[in-house]
Design a protein around this ligand. Structure first.
Ligand code: PHE
Length: 343
């Protein structure tokens, strides 16, 4: 029965050793010496194999009891030492697990902006940016909006001074890029904030757009269509299709609004026999405006009139709502951690 008494004396030995231990590292050393993989308890358990078969259950029971007792003793001692040191500034407990700093994540709008930019960078476009406070020239005049023409009312403009305004779209970056480059070819993508005097469930006075502009020699509407078809497949999946609807913008001719197949009903117009609520039964969702650059814009920036190009501009919030199934635009700007932490 040597093993049982040895087990019993183990607990006593630890008790007196713990009485001497005045720091947490010392307690940790004792824990390893007694309970570690090669510790005293493990050593005794290894010799269990040599004990007579009929004694083994009793020894096993004893071993479990001793194990419980000694781990309880270790915990108690740790608790006492921690309590003693609480509030002592020079106290450093190397046995405590570290505190992980909470990790941030990118805002869903930033994620979509980054994704769109990297899709176009893959096509060789250059990402550019410019001021949010713009001149009338860049935001309107050079884009073929006639002075005092009602076309300027299409976009409820916030003015800072007579000729200075908060840009109502990213299209002034078309003007800036061409003026800077001086001649074709160029292919740029311009993400950024835009402002309009609008505020309700589906409109925010500040929102984001991404502008694209490609100018070269024989650029056609087919190139525009192919580029946008590629974009929506990358953004929404291989099944996504585009549809062009004739439209009007002063700076493009011809102009088109572009729809993508509804990502909820996949173009069917209905879900479970009911008209789809997201596309209102049409099977299509409008995501951007586009067209061939109007010759008057080339004239305003001093480009040869024999060049050709296409431009497009899309609303980022709308794309993010579709991609992530977010139903209310305002959620993007409330900064509620319960939403943001999901990205
Ligand atoms: N700037 C237009 C808007 O904000 C979109 C657009 C961009 C249309 C480029 C055509 C070409 O509605």
């Amino acid at each position: 029965m040597g093993l049982i008494s040895e087990l019993e004396s183990l607990a006593g030995e630890l008790e007196s050793a713990l009485g001497q231990a005045v720091s947490l590292p010392e307690v940790e050393e004792l824990r390893i010496a007694f309970m570690g993989r090669k510790g005293r308890l493990a050593e005794l358990m290894a010799s269990l194999r040599e004990a007579p078969a009929e004694d083994r259950p009793a020894i096993g029971q004893k071993a479990n009891a001793v194990k419980l007792a000694i781990s309880g003793m270790l915990e108690d001692r740790i608790a006492v030492l921690r309590a003693q040191s609480a509030g002592r500034e020079d106290f450093f407990d190397p046995s405590l697990p570290g505190r992980r700093p909470p990790a941030g994540s990118l805002h869903p709008i930033t994620l979509v902006l980054n994704e769109i930019c990297s899709i176009f960078e893959g096509l060789g476009y250059e990402v550019v940016s410019g001021p949010e406070a713009e001149t009338d020239f860049h935001n309107f005049a050079a884009l073929n909006f006639p002075a005092n023409h009602p076309a300027r009312d299409m976009q409820d403009t916030l003015y800072i001074a007579d000729e200075v305004l908060l840009r109502t779209h990213t299209s002034p970056m078309q003007v800036r890029s061409m003026l800077e480059r001086k001649k074709p070819p160029l292919a740029v993508i311009a993400p950024g904030k835009v402002y309009r005097r609008d505020s309700d469930i589906t409109h925010s006075p500040m929102f984001h757009q991404v502008e694209g502009l490609l100018v070269g020699k024989d650029v056609s509407l087919a190139d525009l269509r192919g580029t946008l078809a590629y974009l929506v497949r990358k953004l929404f999946g291989a099944e996504a299709r585009v549809r062009f609807r004739p439209s009007f913008f002063p700076f493009t001719e011809p102009s088109a609004e572009v729809d993508v197949t509804c990502i909820i009903c996949r173009g069917a117009g209905e879900t479970a026999g009911e008209p789809c609520r997201v596309c209102k039964g049409s099977g299509w969702l409008e995501i951007l405006g586009s067209g061939m650059v109007d010759p008057n814009v080339f004239k305003a920036v001093g480009f040869d009139e024999d060049c050709a190009g296409f431009a497009f501009g899309m609303g980022v919030e709308r794309i993010a709502m579709l991609k992530y199934g977010i139903g209310d635009l305002r959620l993007f700007f409330e900064n509620d951690m319960r939403l943001l932490a999901q990205f």
